[in-house]
Design a protein around this ligand. Sequence first.
Ligand code: RAM
Length: 360
Amino acid sequence: MRKSSIRRSCAALAAATSLALALTACGGTTKEDVKDEGGSAAAAGKADPNAATKKGLTIGFLPKQVNNPYFTTADKGGEKAVKELGSSYKEVGPSSATDTSGQVSYVNTLTQQQVDAMAVSAQDPGALCTALKQAMTNDIKVVTYDSDTKADCRNAFISQASAEDLGRTEVQLLAEQIDYKGEIAILSAAQTATNQNTWIDYMKEELKDSKYKDIKLVKVAYGNDDAQQSFQQTQGLLQEYPNLKGIISPTTVGIKAAAQYLSGSKYKGKVKLTGLGTPNDMRKYVKNGTVEAFELWDPAKLGELAARTAVALSSGQITGKEGETFKAGSMGEYTIGKDGVITLGKPTVFDAKNIDDFDF
Ligand code: RAM
């Protein structure tokens, strides 16, 4: 039986029985069949950089949170690229950034729908693993973007920038603004978020340098990428630490809510705020003196690179191994790094001088 017919019968089985059971049963057979097919380099687990780009694929995007403007922009970038490449795009996902079981269900749904590849921003590093592995066993390529799972639970991760650079530069930005002195806090997203937790670890590393000896990190608060919770957490930080000098918020939802709180309070311009935000969200707070500088990458480009990677994987041009290269259209050539990580580029720092040059 050929792979495509096995996939069809597996879907029928999945529809008729419990999804997990059906996918497990189908998984081994599909693997065997790939070996039997033998023909293409990709089927034998090797990349064929000259393979034709497949058209007519279905690529599913599963962000951390669908109603977050950051993901709306990122996924639109993905959609545009998928369509340009002659394939179909779909998006599913939870509306809360703390709904890991919801994300698991969406992975299973995409698997059941037999998409060719999925691009996932993981709310939690481990929770999606079983579901993602089942997807891969069923010959679905899995790309994570923005927030990773474990390396063996996906084929490649599209990282927005070096996690180390992001963590360290956010501390550097804030330290300059508070003259290297005083109490600081972090306002993060969800407590389980892989991306924010990685950046925070690097922030703590950076703070070990002796030039920060007069800076004290007093608290990491979690606003769950919810505007209201992030606003309240900011208010709570200022109540708990009245001498707070600065806040780093490595989330577009958090930094916007914190800016909103600060700009309407006596702390405006006094308590410094930096982190990761979109220029369109932050423009008014830069102009009214609440925020001096913050950073981000272009979310649409991140989505585009995720889409192009998903199609390259499905076409057999890459397998996700370190050292493989592929052409990402007008974005140029990318090389896969250690642990299947593909890095978009360097983030941009926005301030009063350049913020009007950007529109996202
Ligand atoms: C929020 C999300 C996302 C993160 C950005 C910076 O939109 O938490 O995962 O990358 O902020």
